[in-house]
Design a protein around this ligand. Structure first.
Ligand code: 5GP
Ligand code: ZN
Length: 110
């Protein structure tokens, strides 16, 4: 999708180093990390938010890719986040799964 920063990362118009890539998703470091490890896992196709899809295969695939990335990074404990909608903190409207780790996580989140 035009004017979507994450689509531009997928298309390589923006040259962000990829941590992981397969036929459905890519993963890369968050530009503004909130933890020692902060990786974003995104579908290659443009989907504005998690509530815009019923694709269980893709959603499961994103988590499965996240698990593999976490294991590769030696992360035993970690947190997944999917902010959905502006009031929930979503700022980029291309579905993304945050993978955070490398420090103690607090609960409840802000
Ligand atoms: P959200 O707030 O929508 O859940 O998360 C969007 C995330 O994308 C933020 O953590 C932000 O730091 C990250 N981000 C925004 N633009 C870019 C970018 O151009 N490159 C990378 N690597 N991360 C980005
Ligand atoms: Zn997009």
């Amino acid at each position: 999708m035009e004017d979507c920063i994450f689509c531009k990362i997928v298309s390589r118009d923006i040259d962000t180093p990829l941590i992981y890539e397969d036929d459905k998703v890519v993963a890369f470091n968050d530009v503004n990390p909130q933890a020692p490890v902060h990786i974003l896992i995104i579908p290659k196709i443009h989907i504005a938010s998690v509530k815009e899809t019923e694709d269980k295969n893709l959603l499961g695939h994103m988590l499965s890719a996240g698990n593999q990335i976490a294991e590769k990074n030696g992360m035993e404990d970690f947190r997944y986040i999917i902010n959905t909608g502006e009031k929930a903190g979503q700022t980029v409207f291309h579905l993304h799964l945050h993978l955070l780790g490398g420090r103690k996580m607090n609960w409840p989140p802000g």
